[in-house]
Design a protein around this ligand. Sequence first.
Ligand SMILES: [Zn+2]
Ligand SMILES: [Zn+2]
Length: 112
Amino acid sequence: MYRDGVDSENVQPEDILCDFCHRAAWSMGLPCIEGHHGSVICGDCLKVAWMEIVELDGGESQDGRDCTMCLSNHDVSTWSSPMGEALICRRCVKMGGVTLRRDKDHQWDTPG
Ligand SMILES: [Zn+2]
Ligand SMILES: [Zn+2]
């Protein structure tokens, strides 16, 4: 997500916030995964989501809500942000985790 009041013609790294923890994850040098419509999840949040959904096979049912990242409802388990509205589905967690694991610029690995 973009910071409130961002100049859309001139987006800076510190204007790009993780939808799930609302930190300027990009400018902090955290690995990030981008979704649709400017949605972002940082590596820290992705780890928590991965732990809950993939490792513990938990999460909440999607229950008619669209995933913030893929804007779809696949009726799979989801992890929601403690900060607010953002929701990530199991598909996006898996895809994001696999992508970040391959990212040579960061020492990111899936938990568990
Ligand atoms: Zn985050
Ligand atoms: Zn999704």
